[in-house]
Write a protein that binds this ligand. Sequence first.
Ligand code: BGP
Length: 466
Amino acid sequence: MNKFPNDFLWGASTSAYQIEGCINEGGKVSSTMDIYGDKPNYPKGITGFKEASEHYKYWKTDVEMMAKMKLKSYRFSISWPRIIKNENGDVNQEGIKFYNDLIDELLKHKIEPVVTMFHFDIPLFVMEDGGVHGKNFVKHFELYAEILLKHFGSKINYWLTINELNILVMMADGFELLEKKDFSNQLKVLHNLNLAQAKAIIKCKEMCPKAKIGPAPNISTVYANTCKPEDYTAKLNIDLIRNWVYLDAVCKGGYSNVFMSTVKKMGINFEVSKEDLEILAKGKPDFIAFNYYSTSTAQMPTKEMIKNNKEKLDQQKGLVLPGFGMATKNPHLPKTQFGWEIDPVGFRNTLREVYDRYGLPMMITENGIGARDVLTEDGKIHDDYRIEYYQKHIEQMGLAIEDGVEMIGYMPWSAIDLVSTHEGISKRYGFIYVNRDEFDLKDMRRIEKDSYYWYKNLIETNGENI
Ligand code: BGP
């Protein structure tokens, strides 16, 4: 018997700022991601997000290619700065039309749209009004969510609230959302985003009771570096700060005692009002979506280890919390060309852990390998490493389903080449190649990679023909 349910949503993912480009067209206002590539701290020698894959121009071709790939679902994000023009919440009708046309085209091809409300691109007017940790953030987001539900609600069955809420909090400094890195400001971001998410869920239930809505954090099993009991304590701490505080807030409706005490022990005053807890308790999701790239490994750090640590904080290398835990490398895992550990078995374990903890159906909204793909002389892209990556992960997802985990769908990253959040367009993820380089836009031609045909076949056999 086939492991995957008949209506399993085999799909693929993207996000607006990473594919759309055309940042000054269609009445779009500026966002944090439009200017991110121009910041002094942005890595040199790689492109920012101004042109991206020009999906805003080529969306019809892109959807047609997705349809030919037999995708059953497509997870994309709506660009907040394309929809809302200013702090008064005036709506940009051109933006509404763009996404309505996109959704209609997907539905015409029987591709289920899975829509992320917010994937990293914050309108500058929100930043000027106090930003993500400001007191008006929740109000701005709630209004935005309401507008999305009003305009697209009749056509959308699956909504995702905020992409990688946890990474936004942990990397708030990296994204230059905070004037200074400071854990107490990060906690304000955490609480604002949790409240904003809960409000969006509540609105969705009121306005679109038939739709389903869920969060989309980046979750990974955390291993203890050794079986030394202290390393296990470090694992629990990193797990809490990296994974559970976010899913607990939305699925259990609040913050755990252990989290509140941990924060207190860090010397931070984090108080949550009764009213806010009531909002969190009301905004419960229908499913959990999460992004998975790799696992993390934790050890209890000594002062020396912290002093000698040279890893810069990124979403895979994770956290350093003096006295609580520190991420370290896993010597048992191979790495991608970009240094990310590859752990398919960890994928099965993560699925089991999340399902056991919350008991909600799940979908994967990102999983994939960033690589320097080459367009060879035969006009093709032979990305056998990507096929192998997916084979191993899908196999493990199948095992997790046999373990009893309930899965709705799998939407790997990414449907089409796009600009990586920190490593340019040379770090490619797509099933579809986009013919451009870091700074030479060439002809933006779309070309099917070998993995495109492999995935098409897998979908046609409902995961049977791996
Ligand atoms: C996730 C983000 C995506 C995407 C992906 C790959 O954190 O949700 O937007 O960027 O990771 O990461 P990167 O682009 O840094 O390789």
